[in-house]
Ligand binder design. Structure first.
Ligand code: CA
Ligand code: CA
Length: 260
């Protein structure tokens, strides 16, 4: 009987201690801040021209805000910083008009921007999006007008009309005060930088050189910065509870044995 009792108590100890140490009971949450260059009053306000560099600011993670967890008000630990960027290109175009009277051409055109968003705050996530969402493929018929008017069956166009694309990046700062510190501060801000280049692509088969007109797109962006935080239970609390549970099990076991 004593041997079986000791075995049960040992198993209970493992069950009680392990979840606390492993963090299975951690309380987690997210704090989200958004920059939208479409929003009136956004600083700076879009749309932006491909080739220019610009920046915006968003708050740092405020670790003075506490949550009630495990029976007391606790400080939140910053675990990860994620930036999700949504870009939209507009206003640009590629126009082609065949000057080849001999044959038709198969054409694929895309137009958009290659957008980069990152921060001077290190370590910083870097998001790169190439959004050639606006594309056109088809046949450019042989030259029919003897001059480039950019209309008719001997022409083809791709126009940037505001379609969007998105991408995101995350940095893990859990348990690393050196990585966490630059992102934490009540009432402080992080500066995010961005720039974009035109993304233009034309494939023409068979290869000829049509007349062309080109305008680089402008673009808007939305950047969502998410601070993921957690509050861990104190590992010591789990051990104390575990030992207490074992003591109770042993006490019950002894009493039962005595009664028998
Ligand atoms: Ca023509
Ligand atoms: Ca034409």
């Amino acid at each position: 009987m004593l041997k079986r009792g000791a075995l049960s108590a040992g198993f209970a100890l493992v069950l009680l201690v392990f979840p606390s140490v492993a963090g299975a009971d951690a309380i987690e949450g997210d704090e989200l801040f958004t920059y939208d260059s479409n929003a009136p009053g956004a600083d700076p306000h879009g749309p932006f021209i491909c080739g220019e560099t610009n920046s915006f600011t968003l708050p740092k993670f405020d670790d003075t805000v506490k949550v009630f967890a495990f029976g007391q008000w606790r400080q939140r630990e910053l675990v990860a910083v994620t930036v999700n960027v949504i870009g939209a290109a507009r206003d640009g175009y590629i126009l082609l008009d065949s000057e080849d009277p001999g044959e038709a051409n198969a054409v694929l055109l895309t137009i958009g921007a290659r957008l980069r968003v990152t921060s001077d705050t290190e370590p910083a996530p870097l998001v790169v999006i190439t959004f050639p969402h606006d594309s056109n493929s088809g046949t450019m018929q042989p030259d029919s007008d003897g001059g480039a008017d950019f209309t008719g069956s001997d022409s083809i166009a791709a126009v940037a009309d505001g379609d969007t694309d998105a991408n995101h990046a995350t940095i893990d700062v859990a348990g690393d005060p050196g990585k966490q510190a630059p992102w934490v501060g009540a009432g402080e801000y992080v500066t995010w930088n961005f720039d974009a280049n035109s993304h233009l692509f034309a494939e023409i088969r068979p290869a000829v050189e049509p007349e062309g007109l080109l305008q680089s797109p402008t673009y808007h962006l939305v950047a969502e910065v998410r601070y993921h935080w957690q509050v861990m239970p104190e590992p010591l609390t789990g051990v104390v509870v575990g030992i207490g549970g074992v003591a109770m099990l042993l006490r019950r076991r002894r009493r039962r044995t005595a009664h028998c």
